[in-house]
Design a protein around this ligand. Structure first.
Ligand code: HEC
Length: 139
């Protein structure tokens, strides 16, 4: 709402929108930094953020929009491999909240991150390490 108002008033009274954009990108950067810290605490022991490094779980580089179970070099559970889901922000939230409830049979140990703000931060970080457009990629 605030953003819409700012954009509208900038357009109406002819002010530059630049300061608004700068403020937003700073907030986004703060979310990404917080998300990285949370990722280190909650996910990093099993997940590398880049595909060049091995990890116990699949690397999470380019995860947002990726088809589940599609990282070629990883031996997924049948449940994940056959799930047919795409890692949209909503699916990633459900996964962080209750992964084994969301997908019975997954071999990822239960993580129960119910706090929406914490989910937001981790999502901001996961989005920041997603540098390719996954929409054209299928499994
Ligand atoms: C104890 C180890 C462990 C922790 C901690 C962990 N994961 Fe996982 N994760 C796994 C394993 C193992 C898999 C593969 C699951 C399968 O094949 O069923 C997985 C799979 C995933 C996938 C699916 C990837 C794909 O290629 O389809 C996502 C997304 C994911 N984890 C996100 C997270 C996030 C975000 C966190 C932190 C909030 C986290 N995981 C914490 C072990 C872990």
């Amino acid at each position: 709402m605030q953003r819409i108002c700012s954009i509208v008033s900038a357009a109406v009274i002819g002010l530059s929108a630049a300061p608004v954009v700068a403020a937003e990108s700073t907030f986004e950067e703060v979310k990404i930094t917080a998300g990285e810290t949370l990722f280190q605490a909650e996910c990093r022991r099993c997940h590398s953020p880049d595909a060049d490094h091995d990890s116990y779980g699949p690397p999470l580089e380019n995860i947002v929009g990726r088809a589940a179970g599609s990282y070629q070099d990883y031996d997924y559970s049948t449940a994940l491999e056959a799930s047919g889901i795409v890692w949209t922000p909503a699916a990633l939230r459900a996964w962080m909240e209750d992964n084994d409830g969301f997908m019975p049979g997954t071999k990822m140990r239960h993580v129960g991150i119910e706090d929406r703000t914490v989910q937001d931060f981790i999502l901001a970080y996961l989005t920041s390490i997603t540098t390719q457009d996954n929409t054209a990629i299928s499994k």
